[in-house]
Ligand binder design. Structure first.
Ligand code: L34
Length: 283
């Protein structure tokens, strides 16, 4: 069975849009998100367009700030500082990756904790690992929502996350742990990767290598979630980390790329923006 990220996203966005209507009645304005895009990476442009479009669908105010590839780190930091102080702005997102001459860590650290809709700020990350209230990173949050949709008992099951990035792999493992899964984080140095992955009741692929998860690596009846967003070298088309055609008959539930985790990432961002807005209004 395919877990349709687009359809699920549409459903959640409808709920969020309804919520925004009542927020507007209660507080007199709607949530507002600012997205900063540096440079002209076509993939980033496409994802950012998706985010701005989702804001419109949910009834948010949104602003897209584009900056040239050549923008200095100081100029970007100054803009973030300005937005941190702007009362009308509830969420700030700087689309990654950034050009090499800009220190991503510095930029992430500069965004005010209360406006960190990505959940990337070090204090957000600390709160996540301490089990304290925090903004959850969008992609892992979206994946958990997709797993919920399967009606599968996560507690006690074996979950394997392939990939250990700060943005996906590590927080993904923490959310699965919080759901009482037995979690393994596998990565490029893992020995006998296929042996590890084939024990997974839930398998999360977040490596960034086209079709590296093959049918032999998957347990019969597993839930397989593909976080990969790669360009196929031959066709230029978007493809995931999972060999979908081969794995789909073995998995009980599986996601596709496109139409899987990507749209859910955007939808969770909308939810996070509402969270930041409400926290601010209730302060
Ligand atoms: N700051 N940078 C920041 N926050 C994020 O949450 C992201 N991420 C990742 C890259 N950089 C970021 C995203 O937005 C990945 N990502 C993302 C978002 C949306 C989609 C893919 C990746 C998406 O909508 N994918 C569509 C296809 C879009 C297309 O055709 O280009 C899909 O159906 O998978």
């Amino acid at each position: 069975m395919i877990i349709d990220g687009k359809e699920l996203s549409a459903r959640i966005k409808q709920e969020l849009a309804a919520q925004v209507v009542s927020l507007k009645e209660k507080y007199g304005r709607v949530p507002s998100l600012v997205v900063i895009l540096v440079g002209e990476n076509p993939a980033s442009q496409s994802y950012v367009r998706g985010k701005i479009k989702a804001c419109a669908e949910c009834g948010f105010d949104s602003t897209l700030i584009t900056m040239p590839e050549s923008v200095s780190e100081a100029e970007l930091l100054a803009e973030i500082e300005r937005l941190n102080g702007d009362e009308a702005v509830d969420g700030i997102l700087v689309q990654l990756p950034l050009p090499k001459h800009i220190d991503e860590e510095k930029v992430i650290d500069a965004i005010a904790l209360e406006k960190d809709v990505d959940g990337f700020h070090p204090l957000n990350v600390a709160n996540l690992w301490l089990g304290k209230p925090c903004i959850l990173p969008c992609t892992p949050k979206g994946v958990m929502r997709m797993i919920q949709e399967c009606g599968f008992e996560v507690s006690g099951c074996n979950a394997v996350v392939v990939g250990r990035s700060n943005i996906v792999g590590k927080p993904m493992a923490k959310l699965l742990l919080d759901a009482n899964a037995t979690v393994t984080i596998a990565h490029s140095r893992t020995k006998n990767l296929a042996e590890v992955t084939s024990k997974a009741d839930i398998l999360i692929a977040a490596v960034g290598r086209p079709r590296m998860i093959t049918a032999e690596m998957v347990k019969e009846g597993a839930i397989v979630i593909d976080v990969g967003v790669n360009r196929d070298a031959a066709t230029g088309k978007l493809c995931g980390d999972v060999d979908f055609e081969a794995v789909k008959d073995k998995a009980a539930h599986i996601t596709q790329v496109p139409g899987g985790v990507g749209p859910m990432t955007i939808t969770m961002l909308m939810g996070n923006t509402i969270e930041c807005f409400e926290r601010k209004m209730n302060k």
